[in-house]
Design a protein. Structure first.
Length: 315
């Protein structure tokens, strides 16, 4: 098993794909050579990108680089209770050279080339510009084909100049996938994303890679810079952050649903990776949400937020 290759069909009158997406119930882990921009303007769910699990929020503006494995999953429990609602997003997909490779040699467009390379790790754009750009993406469907192309180019320039964004997956994952397209690691990543909520035996993933457990440990560490257990713990803790943010279940249940059979191990790993305990993380999110709803000025200057939130990378 490995990420499914998805072949995209271009419209006859366009050099890129522009479509609406409702996050289908069965949305497989996949990759494609096209770069993808996704603006989620309605809905709740989870996004899996490379070796990272993130909450998918309304007005999220994401960019996935060429051949970066990803999938978005709707929040099943929410939509089972709200049958009249469904998630909605606008998607743009295009090949890196859809405008011609010579374009990126021009000084004015060198930032685009850098943007496409950075997107190899997956990007979540933050700040005020995301909704502004999201609205432009939504309005593209009303334009003529030539006007759509000019609008897309304008949006890409804006994204390239955006200074507020987060990189989603680790550099180690991208290097392995981008350079080697290694079948062994593809199978291990795929299996881990689909089964991280269960107990995963080292012998099982080693068998997927057709290696002994000892050889697999050396292989995984040499290719990714982390042990398999470190990778799996990060995957589980990232997913637990999603559950904690939803504030629906007790922390012991969060641990269980994230794949931890031992609560003390969950608490220790969470503190190790996020810098705060699960309870502190959840209280911080509640406080953050309360401030937002009250429309008060928000200054994230405490260790709680600095340590528990992903670092925003500036150019």
């Amino acid at each position: 098993m490995k990420p499914a290759f998805r072949k995209l069909s271009l419209p006859v009158s366009s050099s890129f794909v522009l479509k609406n997406d409702d996050m289908p119930i069965k949305n497989p882990w996949h990759y494609h050579p096209e770069i993808e921009i996704a603006y989620s303007y309605k809905g709740k769910g989870t996004v899996f990108v490379g070796d990272t699990v993130e909450i998918l929020r309304e007005h999220d503006l994401l960019m996935f680089g060429s051949n970066l494995p990803h999938t978005t999953q709707r929040d099943y429990s929410y939509y089972e209770k709200h049958l009249n609602e469904k998630p909605l997003a606008v998607i743009v997909q295009f090949l890196p050279g859809f405008l011609g490779w010579d374009l990126y040699k021009a000084p004015e467009f060198q930032r685009l080339d850098r943007l496409f390379k950075v997107a190899g790790r997956g990007i979540r754009f933050t700040g005020k510009s995301r909704e502004k750009i999201g609205k432009k993406l939504m309005a593209m469907q009303t334009l003529s084909p030539s006007a759509r192309l000019l609008r897309l180019l304008s949006i890409l320039v804006e994204l390239a100049e955006c200074e507020q964004y987060e990189l989603l997956c680790s550099e180690g994952f991208v290097n392995v996938y981008g350079e080697l397209h290694h079948a062994r690691l593809n199978m291990v990543y795929e299996y881990s994303v689909n089964h991280f909520m269960e107990r995963i035996a080292l012998e099982k993933v080693a068998d997927l890679a057709n290696l002994t457990p000892a050889a697999f440990c050396r292989f995984f560490k040499s290719r990714t810079g982390a042990t398999y257990h470190e990778y799996l713990a990060t995957l589980r803790i990232n997913f637990s952050c999603k559950l904690l943010a939803e504030n629906r279940i007790v922390i012991s249940e969060v641990a269980r649903q994230s794949g931890f059979q031992n609560l003390s191990l969950f608490n220790r790993k969470f503190k190790e990776l996020k810098g705060v305990t699960p309870s502190e993380f959840q209280r911080g999110l509640i406080f953050f949400t309360t401030l937002r709803r009250a429309s008060r000025p928000l200054i994230l200057n405490s260790a709680l937020f600095i340590n528990s939130q992903q670092q925003i990378v500036s150019k």
